[in-house]
Design a binder for this molecule. Structure first.
Ligand SMILES: Nc1ncnc2c1ncn2[C@@H]1O[C@H](COP(=O)(O)OP(=O)(O)OP(=O)(O)O)[C@@H](O)[C@H]1O
Ligand SMILES: [Mg+2]
Length: 370
């Protein structure tokens, strides 16, 4: 995968810019608050269909601008492609692929594949379960558009089911009439998502182990396991049908508890991933540097799995990654980066710039090749 060119209009502090990239290592370099991360965010919009900063559709529109227009030319093994996205402040969207209008954002997700690492990804290890679930969901959605659709349905059904639970004290009849329907729907999606997550986790654990083998010479061994909020699910997790039945029966036999808690208590929105280093919880016991290496290792694993899946190496987008790493881990990463296109940011790390195929200076939302 090769991101050849991006144009941005009205995107954060970038009023209007067109930036061309090399198919090797590209370094965006400049002082703080000039627009380096903003450009990575714009590129990443084409892979995720939304901002990685997790903001609403309009937050990235430049202050005082009516809307944002982004277009990208990228090349995969098949051919050159063009994607266009326009967002206006009144929440209107326009998406085009090669000049043809696309009705849903989900249709283009997975076409331009990129793997992003930015400083907040350290929270995958350090913070609560939602970051780890999000890691899996983003990674699998890039490979399987059906997974993303199932996840969207799951979240929609969950909202409906929670509304019903919250209203149960005032309207028990509606609850009794429809809870079976919503519970069944939720169990179908939960089973599909669980099986996909378990499959991905297996691949990921293997990749992470080989990454650590190379990075630490085998002295640090990571392992990963899926942690179910609903224990019954772990007993039948190899079989989608049994898993669906187990979820359904759980969601149908604890209504008073759920009404008391005012929420759906079991499902994939409650699960977690246990990440261990040398047999101990990385969240609790790993050092800062080990946590950094693990979160970076997870991203490199995501990239390798995506490549094995599609035969295409995803573009690596690295935000301020080297400032986080010691010299031997930097060396390892520099070596890995040689194998595909990388677009990275730095405030002025000279070593990074020396290895680059292209250096782009970033100043006040403007970009110029050095
Ligand atoms: N919607 C917006 N409209 C205009 N400017 C914005 C918008 N959102 C953020 N900015 C501004 O964009 C500027 C550049 O942000 P960015 O995060 O890209 O900086 P950076 O070059 O990565 O800096 P650092 O080295 O500190 O990470 C910031 O000053 C920020 O206030
Ligand atoms: Mg930045």
């Amino acid at each position: 995968m090769f991101c050849k060119k991006i144009s941005c209009e009205g995107f954060r502090n970038i009023d209007s810019a067109e930036v061309e990239f090399s198919d090797g290592v590209n370094v965006l370099y400049g002082a703080n608050a000039q627009g380096k991360t903003n450009l990575l965010e714009a590129i990443c919009m084409f892979s995720l269909g939304k901002s990685f900063r997790g903001v609403k559709d309009t937050e990235f529109i430049g202050f005082d601008k009516p809307g944002t227009k982004l277009s990208m030319t990228f090349e995969n093994s098949m051919r050159e492609q063009q994607l266009l996205m326009c967002f206006s402040k009144n929440h209107q969207k326009r998406i085009e692929q090669n000049g043809v209008k696309i009705s849903r954002m989900s249709e283009i997700i997975g076409q331009f594949r990129a793997v992003l690492f930015f400083p907040e990804h350290l929270n995958i290890i350090k913070e609560g379960p939602s970051m780890r679930r999000n890691y899996l969901d983003v990674a699998i959605s890039q490979l399987r558009p059906l997974y993303l659709k199932s996840l969207q349905r799951y979240n929609h059904i969950l909202i409906q089911r929670n509304k019903l639970i919250k209203a149960a004290q005032d309207d028990r009849k509606s609850f009794d009439d429809t809870i079976e329907f919503w519970s069944y729907q939720l169990s179908v999606e939960a089973a599909y998502i669980t099986v996909a997550r378990l499959g991905y986790l297996k691949l990921c654990e293997k990749q992470l182990a080989s990454c650590f083998e190379e990075m630490t010479g085998g002295s640090e061994i990571p392992t990963m396991s899926y942690s179910f909020a609903f224990r019954g699910a772990s007993e039948c997790c190899d079989d989608k049908k049994k898993l669906q039945e187990a979820y359904f029966s759980q969601l149908m036999s604890n209504h008073e508890r759920e009404i008391g808690a005012q929420a759906t208590l079991w499902g994939i929105h409650k699960d977690d991933v246990d990440i261990m280093l040398n047999g101990r919880s990385a969240r609790l016991f790993a050092s800062q540097g080990q946590q950094r290496s693990l979160s970076l290792g997870l991203k490199l694993s995501e990239s390798a799995i995506s490549e094995n899946d599609s035969g295409e190496k995803p573009v690596l987008l690295l935000d301020d990654v080297f400032s986080e790493l010691d010299s031997s881990r930097r060396e390892y990463l520099t070596d890995r980066m040689k194998k595909g296109q990388v677009i990275m940011t730095t405030c002025g790390d000279l070593d990074t710039m020396k290895t680059a195929a292209k250096v782009i200076r970033v100043e006040n939302g403007c970009f110029s090749a050095v």
